[in-house]
Design a binder for this molecule. Structure first.
Ligand SMILES: Nc1ncnc2c1ncn2[C@@H]1O[C@H](COP(=O)(O)OP(=O)(O)OP(=O)(O)O)[C@@H](O)[C@H]1O
Ligand SMILES: [Mg+2]
Length: 221
């Protein structure tokens, strides 16, 4: 049997003395995954482990069968790109952000193509990031995340600040990325509807533990 995209085995992590992840065991699969759960349940913390922005206190995280602690973080982040929950662009233009991310991976980016993949027209290349709407910032972050040509995209609540129309539009972009680039996606969301629309495999977490996992029809009401 081939290894899953990510395997988390009894992962625990404390923050400020408080257990945030508490013996969490779950699997994520090639294709589209959603991690769902209430606010504060540990979703963002879990996502950051997948990119080695932190490591567990105990337990293990495997990426395609290899313990992530054995993978150099920068190497891992070339394959696995995280789009954080809050917009976190560098000052300057959208294109400069994309070039910076590509440069870290030693690549020369096709800015126009990356903008297109993220649903932005070419005129956004020269736009200053501080003059973008939140939805446009989310798209710019997706374009930037794609610059190193990752094959896994981690998205932390990419639509929580958006209205329904902008949400639908980002959801179409995410679905299309899976189809056209073949990237696997892990999307964190508090919205079961979004999980159902986008993901074939769903992990439900509560209070730092995975309480269910399976296909949408198995896991969601
Ligand atoms: N650096 C930290 N120090 C102390 N507590 C922390 C820290 N980071 C996270 N926590 C706590 O860990 C818990 C889980 O946080 P996390 O951000 O993973 O939740 P979440 O499921 O992503 O929530 P949300 O849906 O609101 O984004 C929360 O109770 C939070 O207060
Ligand atoms: Mg969060």
């Amino acid at each position: 049997m081939t290894a899953p995209l990510f395997g988390l085995d009894r992962v625990s992590l404390r923050r400020g003395g408080v257990p945030v992840l508490d013996g969490l065991t779950a699997e994520l699969r090639e294709g589209a995954n959603a991690v769902v759960g209430p606010s504060g349940s540990g979703k963002s913390t879990l996502l950051r482990l997948l990119d080695r922005l932190s490591d567990p206190d105990s337990g293990s995280v495997r990426f395609r069968g290899t313990d992530t602690r054995e993978i150099d973080p920068l190497r891992l982040r070339r394959d696995v790109a995280l789009v954080p929950q809050l917009p976190a662009l560098l000052d300057g233009t959208v294109a400069a952000n994309i070039r910076f991310a590509a440069g870290l991976a030693g690549r020369e980016p096709d800015v126009e193509r990356l903008l297109g993949l993220a649903g932005l027209d070419p005129s956004f290349a020269d736009r200053d990031v501080d003059r973008l709407s939140v939805g446009e910032q989310q798209r710019a972050m997706i374009a930037r995340a794609l610059a190193p040509e990752p094959d896994v995209l981690l998205l932390d609540e990419p639509t929580s600040a958006l209205d329904e129309q902008a949400r639908d539009s980002i959801e179409r972009t995410v679905a299309e990325l899976g189809r056209s680039l073949g990237v696997s996606v892990v999307i964190v969301t508090h919205d079961p509807g979004q999980a159902r629309r986008l993901a074939g495999w769903i992990v439900g977490i509560e209070r730092g533990r995975a309480v269910r996992q399976g296909s949408a029809s198995e896991v969601l009401p």
